[in-house]
Design a protein around this ligand. Structure first.
Ligand code: ADP
Length: 201
């Protein structure tokens, strides 16, 4: 199973992605985590990204696409993955399409998690991460609105986006996501079976 999880900062993508990855036995690929680790380890990527991440801006598409290309090319990705934090711009989404095509991942499902803006602010302010000061949070929400929200429309035009409300307990939301994914799989299998049938002479 290959998944992309979209939604504003603070909606719970990271939490839900980890649970989904664990339950489905797929890999959790979080660009935010990759960047935070690079910053902590002071790698050349980390040194380049630190100021951008801590002020709530976006690391360049070129750098991010490079990171994702390298990660998705690993053999272990054949087990399946959930992309969390990427794509975050239309350009990243276009580059990802090409990459998935090239790597033969043809059935990627898109999940969108939503909550109200008030709830987002509460959650972000309560996390205490270095990029969670009021000023940075407001900036991240603006960046999201301008650059990342259009990514959802981009996918809505070409595929089903499974929209799930991120309000309620962590485990309730998780059950909702898994239920939606299972239903989509069943539908897909049915469709394939029907198609096969029509081709029987
Ligand atoms: P959140 O879940 O709160 O949105 P993340 O952990 O996904 O935060 O990302 C933290 C920061 O890392 C972002 O604010 C941004 O600076 C940087 N970042 C993560 N993913 C990307 C990406 N795909 N493109 C550009 N910058 C990114």
């Amino acid at each position: 199973m290959e998944l992309i999880i979209l939604g504003p900062p603070g909606v719970g993508k990271g939490t839900q992605s980890l649970l989904i990855a664990d339950k489905l036995g797929i890999i959790h690929l979080s660009t935010g985590e990759i960047l935070r680790r690079a910053v902590a380890e002071k790698t050349s990527l980390g040194l380049k990204a630190q100021q951008i991440v801590e002020s709530g801006g976006l690391v360049s598409d070129e750098v991010m696409v490079g990171i994702i290309r390298e990660a998705l090319s690993k053999a272990e990705m054949k087990e399946g993955f959930i992309l969390d934090g990427f794509p975050r711009t239309i350009n990243q989404a276009i580059a990802l399409d090409a990459l998935l095509n090239e790597l033969n991942f043809n059935d990627v499902k898109v999940i969108y998690l939503s909550v109200t803006k008030d709830e987002l602010l509460n959650r972000l302010m309560g996390r205490g991460r270095k990029d969670d000061t009021l000023e940075t949070v407001m900036h991240r929400l603006d960046v999201y609105k301008e650059q990342t929200a259009p990514v959802k429309d981009y996918y809505s035009k070409k595929t089903t986006v499974f929209e799930i409300e991120g309000l309620g307990s962590i485990s309730d939301i998780n059950s909702k996501i898994l239920e939606v994914l299972t239903r989509a799989e069943v539908k897909n299998e049915k469709k394939t079976a029907e198609e096969t049938q029509t081709f029987v002479p």
